[in-house]
Design a protein around this ligand. Structure first.
Ligand code: SIN
Length: 190
């Protein structure tokens, strides 16, 4: 697979003809909602965990020195909390560009934190293990070290991690993986 998934995503026409789509954000889409949305609601999805296993060549690193950003990894029984946005279909166009480094639009059932078990089908940007920028698992110390040193056009990789940790805390979400990495980053800076 190529490193730019924009064109692949344009062919993923799920929800074509709908006037609004739910989008589930679990990484930067939680804390950097720089796109128009009609509504946003804390939500979660089943069967996935958030992991810093995706390489970033275009935002938080470079092709020579990639950063690490989050993707979703399948784990039966797990729950991943994030933020759901109700967006107009045309908002996917700039999002496809933003998420072009390996992420593909996938259909997901999202459950709203409030609303008596209310759920809906929506989209999520997921970078699977077969994408060219996928880095996969590594010891937490090594992941933290990579994040501490990487920089890209969107800024320092450490800021991505710390913004995500803060946003999850604000949402009241416990995420062991993210918080362990944020703690290591703070230790390294002491
Ligand atoms: C997301 O936030 O939902 C996708 C990954 C990212 O942009 O950080």
């Amino acid at each position: 697979m190529t490193l730019d998934t924009t064109r692949d995503n344009r062919r993923r026409t799920h929800f074509a003809g709908h006037d609004a789509i739910w989008l589930f954000g679990y990484g930067s889409l939680i804390w950097k909602a720089d796109f128009p949305y009609r509504e946003r609601r804390p939500a979660y999805i089943h069967g996935w965990v958030r992991r810093f296993w995706q390489g970033s060549h275009d935002h938080r690193g470079t092709p020579e020195a990639p950063g690490r950003v989050v993707t979703l990894v399948h784990k039966p029984g797990a729950t991943c909390h994030g933020m759901a946005y109700r967006i107009a279909p045309e908002v996917l166009e700039p999002l496809d560009v933003r998420e072009k480094n390996g992420y593909l639009r996938e259909v997901v059932r999202l459950h709203f934190d409030e609303g008596d078990g209310h759920s809906a089908e929506g989209l999520v940007y997921l970078a699977g293990a077969d994408n060219a920028a996928f880095l996969g698992d590594a010891p937490l110390d090594a992941i933290a070290e990579q994040i501490a040193t990487a920089h890209g056009p969107s800024g320092a990789n450490r800021d991505y991690l710390l913004h995500l940790a803060t946003a999850l805390k604000d949402l009241g979400v416990e995420d062991e993986h993210v918080f362990a990495l944020a703690a290591r980053l703070h230790e390294g800076e002491r």
